[in-house]
Write a new protein. Structure first.
Length: 388
C-alpha cells in the first residue's frame, strides 16, 4: 500500500522539479538577453543589470519581477520583448511600472475566438478580444468614444456587429443605435427593424439628415443637463445610452472634384461628428468611428483626440497604423488571421476579436425585431441641399 502511495508523490515531485528547472532556464535566458543588449546602468563604478526579486506562477504562465537600476532609459527596454519571444519561442510581454515585469506565456493568442464563448459582464462594457492573459473588456461609461481602423476583410465590421449584439443582449431596453453605413447600407440595413436601431443611413445625404437630428438632440440634452445641474450622464438617473456607429468614414471626406453643395454637406457632417466627440460623451452619446483608409482627412483630429480607445486591425502601411494608434505595428499583424487587432488606450495590447456571423446575430436579435416605416425628408427629385 505504501509503495502505491509513493508513486503519485514521486511523480508530483518530479513534475515540480521539471517546472522549476524550466523556469530557471527561462530566467537564465532573460539574464543573457539583458547582458547582450546591455540593458543596465552605471551605479558607482559598476555596470548593474536588472535584478530578479520575484518569480510568480500565473494561470497564463510565469511572471518574472525585476528591480531596475537607477538611470536606465526606457528606450533600452524596447527590443527586449521581441528578442525574448524569439529566443524562448513563446509569447512574452514586457511592462515597466516601478518594477520590470516580464510575463512568459504558456500559449499563443488563439487564431479564432467565438462570440458564444464571451463571458457576461455587468455595466456598459463590451468585449474587445481575447489574448494570452484572457478576456479584455472596455467600459464605455469610462471611455465613451473609440476609433477603429482596418483594411477590408480583416474584421472591422464583424467587430462592430459583435459590439452591437453584446450591447443589445445586455441592455435591450436602454441602448440605442444610429448607424451610418456608408458602404451603401450593405452591412447594417438588415438590422434597421431592431427596436434599438433609431435609423440606418446608407449615403452622405442620409447621414446629413441623421446627424442634423443628432445636433438638435445634443442641444436639448445640454439644456436638460444645465437645468438639472448635471455634468456627466453616469451621475444621473438616466439609464439610456446612444451609440453612433460610422462605418467607412472616408465617404464623408470632401473632395476637390465635388460640387460645392456636396462639399459643404460633408464638411457639416464632419463638424457634427467632431462636436459629438467633444461633448457627447458626458451626455450619454458614444461614438464609434471607423475607416478602412486612415489619413488625417478621414480621421479628423478632434475625433481622434477625444477617442481614448483606439483599435486597429491589419493596415497596409506603418503610416496608416500611426494615424490610428499613434505608432506603427498594425502593418505587422498577420495577414492570414482575420480578427487580430491592436487595442490602444494607456497601453497597447494585441487581441483576437470574437467572431460572430450575420446568421448568429440575426437569430440572437430576432426577438427585438419590430415593423418600422422608413422616414425620409427627401423627395424623389431633390438633388441639392441648402445651408442657412
Amino acid at each position: 500500500m505504501l509503495e502505491l502511495l509513493a508513486i503519485p508523490v514521486l511523480s508530483g515531485a518530479a513534475a515540480l522539479y521539471v517546472g522549476v528547472k524550466k523556469r530557471s532556464v527561462d530566467e537564465m535566458v532573460i539574464r543573457k538577453v539583458f547582458k547582450n543588449l546591455k540593458v543596465g546602468a552605471m551605479e558607482g563604478k559598476d555596470f548593474v543589470y536588472p535584478k530578479l526579486i520575484a518569480m510568480e506562477k500565473k494561470d497564463y504562465g510565469v511572471r518574472y519581477v525585476y528591480r531596475m537600476p537607477l538611470g536606465l532609459p526606457k528606450k533600452a527596454l524596447e527590443p527586449v520583448e521581441e528578442i525574448l519571444a524569439a529566443t524562448l519561442d513563446r509569447p512574452v510581454e514586457v511592462t515597466f511600472k516601478k518594477w520590470l515585469y516580464i510575463d512568459v506565456f504558456n500559449n499563443d493568442i488563439p487564431e479564432k475566438v467565438l462570440y458564444n464563448d464571451v463571458p457576461n459582464m455587468a455595466g456598459w462594457v463590451v468585449p474587445l478580444g481575447f489574448n494570452e492573459k484572457g478576456w479584455i473588456f472596455h467600459d464605455f461609461d469610462k471611455t465613451p468614444h473609440c476609433v477603429v481602423g482596418g483594411t477590408t476583410r480583416f474584421g472591422k465590421t464583424v467587430f462592430l456587429k459583435m459590439v452591437m449584439t453584446y450591447l443589445i443582449e445586455h441592455h435591450p431596453n436602454d441602448v440605442e443605435f444610429l448607424i451610418i453605413d456608408l458602404k451603401g447600407g450593405l452591412e447594417f440595413e438588415r438590422y434597421r427593424e431592431l427596436k434599438q436601431v433609431i435609423d440606418v443611413a446608407s449615403d452622405p445625404i442620409e447621414a446629413f439628415e441623421c446627424l442634423t437630428s443628432i445636433k438638435v438632440l445634443l442641444e436639448q440634452k445640454m439644456a436638460e443637463f444645465k437645468r438639472n445641474g448635471w455634468s456627466n450622464v453616469v451621475h444621473t438617473p438616466i439609464q439610456k445610452r446612444m451609440f453612433i456607429i460610422v462605418d467607412e468614414a472616408a465617404q464623408l471626406v470632401p473632395e476637390k472634384f465635388m460640387e460645392k453643395p456636396m462639399r459643404d454637406l460633408l464638411s457639416y457632417c464632419q463638424s457634427i461628428l467632431s462636436e459629438i466627440a467633444r461633448i457627447g460623451g458626458a451626455l450619454g452619446i458614444r461614438l464609434i468611428f471607423c475607416t478602412q483608409y486612415p489619413t488625417s482627412d478621414t480621421l479628423p483630429r478632434q475625433i481622434k483626440q477625444n477617442a481614448d480607445l483606439k483599435i486597429s486591425f491589419r493596415l497596409p502601411t506603418g503610416y496608416a497604423s500611426a494615424v490610428v494608434i499613434d505608432e506603427q505595428g498594425a502593418e505587422e499583424l498577420p495577414s492570414d488571421i482575420p480578427g487580430r487587432a491592436i487595442i490602444k488606450t494607456h497601453e497597447k495590447k494585441i487581441v483576437q476579436v470574437p467572431y460572430i456571423t450575420d446568421d448568429e446575430m440575426t437569430k440572437r436579435l430576432e426577438v427585438y425585431r419590430v415593423a418600422k416605416v422608413r422616414k425620409t425628408n427627401r423627395t424623389a427629385d431633390e438633388d441639392t441641399i441648402c445651408f442657412e
